[in-house]
Write a protein that binds this ligand. Structure first.
Ligand code: FES
Length: 154
């Protein structure tokens, strides 16, 4: 996670890349999300001031889009599919192993900020069930042992 003092500088850098127009709000939030993996509250305040829009508006956009989150996230998000096809082929056991190895439950982030664990209800890759997505990479036919090995290699 980014230390508070460098956070200010980085937010300013992101803001400078965007014209001061309310229409830039979503683009700015997406940039912040990409840098921090979530939207720090202090940054949202700065965005509101920069664009001269009410903070409530910034929050409503920040909470509307699924790609944006106010909760701190790890550098890599691990999404385990619990949809029907994956469930039938053993994804609950894969998830259980992930929880054991990472020491966290779905919706949580490891204390070192490396990983966030999430569950989803179908990743659209049912033929590869059970599926786990780590960052932008999709891994199919996962087993508890395979997923543990994969994690240790990251
Ligand atoms: S049910 Fe898991 S990818 Fe569709």
């Amino acid at each position: 996670m980014v230390p508070a003092e460098s956070q200010g500088a980085e937010v300013a850098g992101i803001l400078e890349r965007h014209p001061r127009r309310p229409g830039e709000l979503l683009a700015i939030l997406l940039d912040l999300q990409e840098s921090y993996h979530y939207l720090p509250r202090a940054a949202l305040k700065e965005v509101a001031q920069y664009l001269a829009v009410p903070e409530s508006r910034v929050y409503s956009v920040a909470t509307f889009y699924k790609a944006l989150t106010l909760k701190p996230r790890g550098e890599r998000v691990i999404r385990t599919c619990l949809g029907t096809a994956c469930h039938l082929r053993g994804s609950p056991a894969v998830l259980e192993r992930l929880e054991e190895v990472l020491g966290i439950k779905p919706g949580e982030t490891t204390p070192d900020g490396r990983f966030t664990l999430e569950t989803v209800n179908c990743l659209g890759a049912c033929a590869l069930a059970p599926v786990v997505v780590i960052g932008d990479d999709t891994y199919g036919q996962m087993t508890p042992d395979k997923v543990e090995k994969l994690l240790r290699e990251l």
